[in-house]
Design a protein around this ligand. Structure first.
Ligand SMILES: [Zn+2]
Length: 256
């Protein structure tokens, strides 16, 4: 039998029910929402033309430039510093995912990046939960929220985010994450936070194995107790694939 076309087409992917486990709240705003929030908050945008603005947001990915990519997040987080904006964006992400046949989604965000204009960490988390829950009521799609700590911030901040995650465990928060630049910021610096989460039998996911190599993944799993790895594309360097040039690794137990 010959297959002229790929068996799994974009159309099929669109139609099948899906589970979304890795969605950054600040990475999926609608262009129209960005335009409206920026106008309301008098924040300058690179362009007020929707198509040009869209192109500005995707240019980092297209040019494979991490710094351009991160500029996009700097702008979106600037727009997400009050309760109404957070609630709206969380609600809209549920609507958008449900429209793509997602049947369960875990959304993540870093509360510490949303308190620049006076929100408390608790208020930021509650605003996002309110939006997610309003989205669930409208679409029927259940969601969970993951709270991210940042690798480049102090371990004491991470510990407070871990405590926040556990405090909200019965109100919609399903896990604790560590995000941010890996190089120079090893996960093991935040062991206090991870140990607290483990002592509460709660859930840990860690961004590891992207900017840094497989050692970063091993450290996340072996030392920090990660139940799930985020991004983790460098895992391929530690896989044995028969007939390929990739040799079986599994020898890494180094901790950068
Ligand atoms: Zn991520």
């Amino acid at each position: 039998m010959q297959y002229d076309k790929p068996m799994i087409t974009k159309e099929i992917i669109k139609q099948v029910p899906k589970v979304e486990l890795h969605d950054h709240l600040d990475g999926g705003l609608r262009i129209q929402t960005i335009l409206e929030l920026a106008k309301a908050q008098t924040i300058a945008l690179p362009s007020e033309n929707p198509e040009k603005l869209h192109q500005w947001f995707v240019r980092g990915g297209k040019q494979k430039s991490l710094s351009l990519y991160l500029e996009s997040f700097a702008l979106t987080t600037k727009l997400m510093q009050n309760r109404r904006a957070l609630e709206r964006i969380a609600f809209e992400v549920v609507e958008d995912l449900a429209a793509e046949q997602v049947c369960y989604a875990e959304i993540r965000f870093a509360p510490i990046l949303h308190i620049a204009e006076g929100l408390t960490l608790e208020e930021a988390v509650q605003a996002v939960l309110d939006g997610l829950q309003r989205g669930t009521r409208k679409t029927g799609m259940p969601t969970g929220l993951i709270l991210c700590a940042m690798r480049n911030q102090s371990p004491s901040v991470s510990k407070s985010i871990a405590e926040l995650a556990v405090a909200f465990a019965d109100r919609g928060v399903v896990g604790f994450d560590l995000a941010g630049d890996e190089i120079g910021y090893p996960a093991k610096k935040h062991l206090d936070a991870f140990q607290f989460i483990r002592s509460k039998n709660f859930n840990i996911t860690i961004h590891a194995g992207e900017a840094f190599g497989v050692e970063s993944i091993w450290q996340a799993v072996q030392l920090c107790g990660a139940h799930r790895i985020g991004h983790g594309v460098r895992l391929v360097e530690d896989m044995g694939i028969e007939g390929s040039r990739i040799e079986n690794g599994f020898s890494y137990s180094l901790h950068p």
